[in-house]
Design a protein. Structure first.
Length: 431
């Protein structure tokens, strides 16, 4: 099946093969190689998927050269300034901005699912207190499949819907509980009179001994961080969710796989790695030393929070967050924090250094989100869990899209095999 009369021709060994093409609504044209192996007996080679469209999607569009990010067609800067996280969740899940009634109904559905099964509290207590909250989240989210048996059947649209709402609603509760457990404080139950971001702050920072008031500007900054991380087309963790679910695995297991992938420092773990790097640099006068290390091919050190696989001009999310960072730091009166001074100077030096300019390495979203989360009071270990809870709606939307796609097949890449060819087993005494 193809939707354009255009074809591409592949020639080798004196033979030519016509390959159909797809025309996207935006972005590069796509050559359909699905029948290539059957027709020509060859594979294509693309480790890291730098030139491979792994699916047909209508959710998110990125133009990395222009620094554009659209959700269902709406630019991310408009969503960040005019919308809010739950409305963006609705947009990602259902394809259109909601009416007031639809939004109210959606917010009610999410709010009604914020508590987790009480038995899960015991599950948390099985972890060591010093476990990284991401490790706890991988385990607890995977364990949801042992608690919510009525939303495991991926072939039932109603069960898929319930699983989606449960995941979006419970992820802040789970992330906050992972944090509270790690610092030895009692779990805090969700409050349904608070909005999504404010409720998350409440569950992380309140204690039974005194009243905690969520600062609305901090809640707004939190909501913006969530909004800006909500989806990012076929990134590593989303592709992991899609691949895991292509086998028909249950949604909770697949989202746990996504969380595990996100944890890596080249992906969601970069916000934690970035703050740790700023701490290691420590003072502004040490910046040149670290810049030189980042440029040294023989040194594995990279400037965390800089560079992106797709964005080669600017990260549009970073632009919005930079402004939020300035607002929040001013509000909290922490502009003089030495770590933030290092961050600002590092950004300035890197943006003017020929190495970073030539390689198109700009601060990415994780550079600024780490700074804001630090100012709000989150420890670095909570940065990636915050990313995970924002990205849950993206994973869920992409998962739902994939399951509903009649062309869905189990993901099964092939390989360029360069190992030994067949040889006979050698008995141990003869080796
Ligand atoms: N510091 C120093 N050099 C860098 C950096 C960096 N942060 N990022 C890339 N380079 C260099 C790299 O050494 C390579 O140089 P050369 O061409 O001489 O070999 C060149 O730039 C291209 O790098 P690459 O690794 O081929 O690029 P990639 O598209 O595979 O990697 C990346 C993208 C995000 C993994 C990488 O830029 C990186 O490791 N950045 C630091 C980690 C980070 O901040 N990650 C968060 C990404 S945004 C949030 C998310 O989506 O998860």
């Amino acid at each position: 099946m193809t939707d354009t009369s255009k074809t591409a021709t592949l020639s080798f060994d004196g033979q030519s093969f016509e390959l159909p093409m797809f025309t996207p609504t935006a972005g590069p044209e796509v050559i359909d190689i699905r029948k290539l192996y059957g027709q020509a007996g060859v594979f294509t080679y693309d480790p890291g998927f730098t030139s491979t469209a792994s699916c047909d999607s209508t959710i998110t569009y990125i133009d990395g050269d222009e620094g554009i990010l659209l959700h269902r067609g709406y630019p991310i800067d408009q969503l960040a300034s005019k919308s809010h996280f739950l409305e963006v969740c609705y947009l990602l899940l259902y394809g259109e901005l909601p009416s007031s009634a639809q939004l109210e109904d959606f917010e009610t559905r999410v709010t009604r699912h914020t508590m987790i099964h009480e038995q899960m509290h015991n599950f948390f207590r099985g972890f060591r207190r010093d476990a990284h909250p991401m490790a706890t989240m991988v385990g607890v989210v995977g364990a949801m499949s042992a608690f919510y048996h009525d939303s495991l059947d991926v072939n039932d649209p109603w069960q898929r819907e319930v699983a989606s709402i449960r995941l979006i609603a419970k992820m802040p509760t789970i992330a906050a509980m992972a944090y509270k457990y790690s610092i030895g404080q009692p779990f805090v139950y969700p409050r349904n009179d608070l909005d999504y971001a404010a409720n998350f702050l409440h569950m992380c920072f309140s204690v039974p001994a005194e009243t905690y008031h969520v600062n609305p500007i901090v809640a707004r900054a939190m909501d913006r961080i969530l909004t800006l991380h909500a989806d990012h087309e076929q990134n590593a963790s989303t592709s992991t969710v899609r691949l895991a679910s292509s086998s028909g695995a249950n949604p909770f297991a697949c989202i746990a796989a996504g969380i595990a992938c996100l944890w890596g420092p080249a992906h969601g773990g970069a916000n934690q790695a970035c703050l740790e790097m700023l701490r290691e640099i420590g003072t502004v006068d040490r910046i040149p030393e670290f810049i030189e290390r980042a440029k040294d091919k023989n040194d594995p050190f990279r400037l965390m929070g800089f560079g992106h696989r797709v964005y080669k001009n600017t990260d549009p999310r970073a632009k919005v967050l930079k402004q939020s960072a300035d607002e929040v730091l001013e509000l909290l009166g922490v502009q003089d924090n030495p770590l933030l001074q290092v961050a600002k100077e590092l950004e300035h030096v890197a943006l003017n250094d020929p190495y970073f300019i030539e390689k198109k390495l700009f601060p990415n979203v994780d550079f600024y989100s780490g700074i804001i989360l630090e100012a709000i009071g989150f420890p670095t270990s909570m940065f990636t869990p915050v990313f995970a809870l924002s990205r849950t709606v993206g994973w869920v939307s992409q998962w739902k899209e994939m399951i509903a796609d009649p062309q869905m097949k189990i993901g099964r890449p092939r390989q360029l095999y360069r190992g030994e060819t067949e040889r006979n087993y050698v008995d141990i005494e003869n080796r």
